[in-house]
Write a protein of this length. Structure first.
Length: 95
């Protein structure tokens, strides 16, 4: 099951110091950056409910192309989608 973004938890994790947070802190900051860029709503339909981070180019394809781990999670390759839009996109990609 897909995990929806918890904005308060992300803010708390992003605020941790370098020694506390490490990689999870960086991921939280990236997710918050994406949310802010998208106006805290789905970039497809505008919903503000059940938001997730979606990779525009699926990670499985990037792995095959041997991209670095950071390119897989780069802000340019991610977007904010609600669960219904994310599910619809995944179904279309599997065709």
């Amino acid at each position: 099951m897909m995990q929806c973004l918890n904005i308060e938890r992300l803010r708390k994790k992003a605020a941790e110091t370098d020694t506390q947070g490490g990689y999870p802190r960086l991921v939280a900051r990236r997710k918050l950056e994406l949310l802010e860029k998208a106006g805290y709503k789905c970039e497809q339909c505008g919903s503000v409910e059940r938001l997730t981070v979606d990779h525009k180019v699926p990670v499985r394809i990037l792995r095959r192309q041997q991209h670095t781990p950071w390119s897989r999670v780069s802000v340019q390759n991610c977007q904010i989608l609600c669960v219904p839009c994310h599910d619809k996109k995944n179904k279309e990609e599997k065709k």
